[in-house]
Design a protein around this ligand. Structure first.
Ligand code: ATP
Length: 333
């Protein structure tokens, strides 16, 4: 079978970015849609060059009347290409996308450990990165929430298994063209067409509009933006960590207050001031820290002696005491 330019591109990528090293044992997560079928075909074709041992997993959420047929389709496709496939059926109803995803990743972890796999491989593409960026941007995320889906990350906190996404350099249009070029069968999931879901509206309505009226390459452009933002957030977080260490005094003991040294923070760039203050608030308030909460503390960095904020969720107020911003319970102020 001759290689396509997509085969060559992914082969090159894997040489530069060692996502799935020679001899790795990869567990491929296959839904049966175009992205994961493209992933399966590419890795099966590249397997002889790399000596990987491949297995597959399909999770049946039992969401659709055709989900058992979908699972059979995936199993047959994988096994036809010499990739043993495990189908795992949900034993409970997962009401939301997030719950279903959480279950899926637990399944991946259990199966990967059992099969001694070193990597779990998913079919995420640049288009998924772009959709996630738009989704989070429109919900009002700060830069931290706009970070790109990573090329690789540990499957869970202390897990030796790595999740890798070798298709992040391709758009959904490219995986679709690849599937047509090789006449690959694809299972079309009807719920992907349901515009009742925000993610589907982004994919089916917003992105085509942006492509037509603003930038035909918006898929890849915004995915690249997300990648750049990720590196910038990492840098800012590291710098904020250093500033935090030298400007924040956590309570020394029971009943003691948090203290922030105003002169240290005032001379730092505003972006770092905000990150340090956000970190403090994250530790003292039970609620989600909002933009307004952080800005209240920013204002107190230059406010006169005795100034104070109104209470933050959890009941603490911030009070200016000389060079210090002191966080204490509102009752005692
Ligand atoms: N039912 C499934 N069984 C196995 N793998 C799946 C299944 N659904 C999704 N995947 C894997 O996850 C990848 C991304 O799929 P999709 O974008 O639908 O999931 P998602 O829940 O949005 O994922 P994420 O939150 O990680 O972006 C697929 O390419 C595939 O590798």
């Amino acid at each position: 079978m001759p290689w396509s330019t997509t085969h060559a591109g992914v082969h090159r990528l894997l040489k530069v970015r060692p996502l799935l090293p020679r001899g790795a044992r990869g567990l491929l997560a296959i839904s049966g849609g175009q992205d994961s079928v493209c992933l399966l075909k590419l890795l099966v074709d590249l397997r002889p060059k790399w000596g990987w041992q491949l297995r597959a997993v399909h999770c049946d959420h039992r969401w659709r009347p055709d989900s058992a047929a979908n699972a059979d389709f995936v199993r047959q496709l994988c096994e036809g290409w010499g990739v043993p496939c495990e189908v795992v059926t949900a034993d409970a109803d997962y009401a939301t996308e997030a719950q279903a995803r959480h279950w899926r990743y637990r399944v991946f972890e259990a199966l990967a450990s059992q099969e001694r796999c070193t990597h779990v491989v998913t079919g995420h593409t640049a288009s998924d990165r772009t959709e996630t960026l738009l989704y989070n941007l429109l919900r009002g995320s700060g830069t931290d929430g706009l970070q790109a889906l990573a090329w690789q990350r540990p499957l869970s906190k202390a897990s030796p298994i790595t999740v890798v996404r070798p298709l992040l350099g391709l758009t959904r249009q490219q995986t679709g063209e690849f599937c047509r070029q090789f006449d690959l069968p694809i299972w079309s999931d009807a719920t992907n067409q349901d515009t009742g879901y925000a993610r589907n509206r982004i994919r089916l309505e917003l992105l085509p509009y942006l492509q037509q009226h603003f930038n035909p390459g918006v898929d890849m452009t915004l995915a690249n933006t997300a990648e750049l933002l990720t590196a910038e957030v990492e840098l800012l977080e590291a710098m904020a960590g250093e500033l935090y260490e030298t400007s924040v005094l956590p309570p020394a003991g029971e009943g003691e207050a948090w203290k922030i040294q105003r002169s240290r923070l005032r001379t730092a760039p505003l972006a770092l001031q905000r990150r340090v203050l956000r970190r403090v608030l994250q530790q003292v308030t039970p609620a989600q820290v909002s933009f307004e909460h952080v800005e209240k503390l920013i204002a107190l960095l230059v406010a006169p002696q005795g100034s104070q904020s109104d209470p933050f969720p959890g009941g603490l107020v911030a009070v200016v005491d000389g060079d210090w911003l002191v966080l204490k319970p509102s009752m005692t102020t």
